[in-house]
Write a protein that binds this ligand. Structure first.
Ligand code: SAH
Ligand code: F3S
Length: 480
C-alpha cells in the first residue's frame, strides 16, 4: 500500500459535503502510506461536523494537522522540517493550533509535546473520533494527547471527505493494523492489532462513490489478504470456536467477489498483499471478474530465505516463487510489483545476489526499493546489530534499482504495438494536451486528449514507451 513518496495532500473543494456555516479552517497534510491519506479524509469528515472546512492556504488555517509516517527515519525527518515551517507561520498567527496525527504521534506519544514546543495536540491512528474532545482541551489551554490503540475501531461509520483527489479513483480502507510482526517494521506498534471492517459498510462506501462518478476503487489494508469478517461481529464477540464457526465469515476472496459483483462497471484494485496470506482463491476471483485489475503488489523484501526468516516473513524464496508461478498461470497478463529492502542486518553478498536473482526470475513491472532503516522498538532493533555499512547498503540498493529499471523497460516494451484499456485520471504533467491514466496492470499510459474526458475508459494503442510510461493514441471508448 505504501507508496512512500512523501507527497503532500491538501484539502480541495472536491466532493465536500454540503455544510453551511462552517467558519473554521483546517489545513491537513499527509505523509507516508496511502492509509494515512485515507485516514486524513476520515479526520476531515469528523472535523467538518465541528465547524471546520479544509483550506489549502496554511496562512489561513485555524488548525494545522500533519498525518505522519514512522516507517523510516527519513520520513520522520521530513515531518520535523514541516513542523518548523508551521512554527514560522504560527509566529504571525498565534491562535493557530498544530496537531500531529498518525504513526509518529503513536510512536513518540506525549514526548512530542515536550520535544516539539509548537505542537498542541497528539493523536494516534485509532483516536480520531476523540478529536472534538481533544480540541476542547486545547481551547481550555490543556495538553491534549490520545494515543490509545483500539482492537475494533475501523471508522466504518465515518463517511470520508475526499481530499485532493481526481474524482475518478478513490481508496477504501478494509482492514486496519497488522499482526504480522515483520522484525524491521514499526507498523504493528504504531497502528496496532489487525481488524477487519464490516463488508456492508465497505459496499455502502463503494456504492456511494459510484453514485458520485468514481470509476476505480483500491481496497486498502496493511495486509488485505488476511481480511476476515465474522458474520455476527468481531472475533472477540464469540464465546467459543464452535459458535464462531457457525457464523458466516467473509474472507478476502469473498469480499473481492462481493464488491466486483456489486459494481460491475467499476474497476477494483487492492493493496497490500502479503505472500504468506495470499490464497489461490483470490487469484481465481481475480481471473473471474474482468473489473478486478490484473495487478498485484506483492512485497518480498529479500530473495534470501535466511534473511526472510530473520525478517519473520513466514515464507521462503521458493514459496514466493511458487506463488508467482501460480499468478502467471491463473492470470497470465498480471502486473506484479514489489517492495525490497537492501542491507537488512547480517545480509551477505550472497543474500544480495539471491535478491537480484529473484528479481530476474519474476521480472517485476516496478518496485519500491529501500535501504534498511533501523526503527526503535522493533525486534530487529532490539535483537540485531545494524551491521551492514551505509556504503554497502547504498551500493546494493543501487544495484537493485538498476536491475528493476532493466525489468521495467522490458515490461513496458512488451506493451508496444498492443491495445490496452486505460482509465483517464488527469492531465499529463509533462504535456497538457495529453491525458494520463493507468492500464489494469497499473502502468501509467499517456495519449493525446482528443474528445475524451477524465473518468472515460479508453482503448489506447501503445506506440512507444519509457521504462515507466506507455505512450499511445486512443482508438475508441472501452467497455467498462
Ligand atoms: N504491509 C504494508 C507495509 C508497510 S511498509 C503495506 O501495506 O505496504 C512499506 C514498505 O516499507 C515495506 O514493504 C518495506 O519494504 C519498507 N519498510 C518497512 N520498514 C522498513 C525499514 N525499517 N527500513 C526500510 N524499509 C522498510
Ligand atoms: Fe509491516 Fe510486515 Fe505488517 S511490513 S505492515 S509488519 S506485513
Amino acid at each position: 500500500m505504501e507508496k512512500i513518496i512523501d507527497q503532500q495532500l491538501q484539502g480541495s473543494a472536491l466532493d465536500r459535503p454540503e455544510r453551511l456555516g462552517n467558519t473554521k479552517k483546517l489545513y491537513i497534510e499527509s505523509y507516508g502510506c496511502q492509509m494515512n491519506f485515507s485516514d486524513s479524509e476520515i479526520v476531515a469528515s469528523i472535523l467538518a461536523k465541528e465547524g471546520y472546512d479544509t483550506t489549502t492556504d496554511l496562512n489561513q488555517a485555524d488548525l494545522v494537522l500533519v498525518n505522519t509516517c514512522s516507517i523510516r527515519e527519513k520520513a520522520e525527518q521530513t515531518v520535523r522540517k514541516r513542523l518548523e515551517t508551521y512554527n514560522a507561520v504560527k509566529k504571525n498567527n498565534p491562535s493557530m493550533k498544530v496537531g500531529v496525527l498518525g504513526c509518529m504521534a503513536e510512536r513518540l506519544k506525549s514526548k512530542f509535546l515536550e520535544e516539539e514546543k509548537i505542537v498542541d495536540l497528539v493523536v494516534g491512528p485509532d483516536a480520531y473520533k476523540d478529536l472534538p474532545n481533544l480540541l476542547d482541551e486545547v481551547e481550555a489551554g490543556r495538553e491534549a494527547v490520545n494515543v490509545i490503540l483500539s482492537k475494533d475501531e475501523t471508522y466504518g461509520d465515518v463517511a470520508p471527505v475526499r481530499l485532493g483527489g481526481n474524482g475518478v479513483t478513490a481508496f477504501v480502507s478494509i482492514t486496519r493494523g497488522c499482526d504480522n510482526m515483520c522484525t524491521f517494521c514499526v507498523v504493528p506498534f504504531t497502528r496496532g492489532r489487525e481488524r477487519s471492517r464490516d463488508p456492508q459498510s465497505i459496499i455502502e462506501e463503494i456504492n456511494d462513490l459510484a453514485l458520485k462518478g468514481y470509476k476505480e476503487v483500491t481496497l486498502l489494508g496493511q495486509n488485505v489478504d488476511s481480511y476476515l469478517w465474522y458474520g455476527g461481529g468481531l472475533k472477540k464477540d464469540f464465546k467459543n470456536a464452535s459458535e464462531m464457526a457457525q457464523a458466516t465469515a467473509v474472507d478476502f476472496a469473498q469480499l473481492l467477489d462481493m464488491v466486483a459483483t456489486a459494481q460491475p462497471k467499476m474497476r477494483f484494485r487492492f493493496s497490500t498483499s502479503n505472500p504468506q496470506d495470499m490464497t489461490r482463491s483470490v487469484l481465481y476471483i481475480m481471473a473471474k471478474h474482468p473489473n478486478i485489475c490484473n495487478y498485484i503488489h506483492l512485497p518480498v523484501q529479500s530473495g534470501s530465505t535466511r534473511i526472510l526468516e530473520a525478517m519473520n516473513r513466514q515464507h521462503t524464496r521458493e514459496a514466493y516463487m511458487a506463488l508467482i508461478d501460480d499468478i502467471r498461470k491463473i492470470i497470465p497478463d498480471c502486473g506484479i510489483s514489489h517492495d525490497m529492502i537492501a542491507g537488512f542486518p547480517t545480509e551477505t553478498e550472497q543474500d544480495h545476489q539471491d535478491t537480484l536473482s529473484l528479481m530476474d526470475y519474476v521480472q517485476y513491472d516496478f518496485g519500491f526499493m529501500f535501504m534498511y532503516s533501523e526503527r526503535p522498538g522493533t525486534m530487529a532493533a532490539r535483537k540485531m546489530e545494524d551491521d551492514v555499512p551505509d556504503a554497502v547498503k547504498k551500493r546494493r540498493l543501487t544495484e537493485i534499482i538498476e536491475r528493476q529499471q532493466k525489468h521495467s523497460a522490458l515490461r513496458t516494451k512488451n506493451f508496444v504495438g498492443k491495445t490496452v484499456e486505460v482509465l483517464i485520471e488527469k492531465e499529463s504533467k509533462k504535456d497538457p494536451s495529453f491525458w494520463s491514466g493507468r492500464t489494469p496492470q497499473n502502468t501509467v499510459a499517456v495519449f493525446p486528449k482528443e474528445q475524451y474526458q477524465p473518468g472515460d475508459f479508453v482503448l489506447v494503442h501503445i506506440e512507444e514507451c519509457t521504462s515507466a510510461t506507455l505512450i499511445g493514441k486512443a482508438v475508441q471508448m472501452g467497455n467498462a
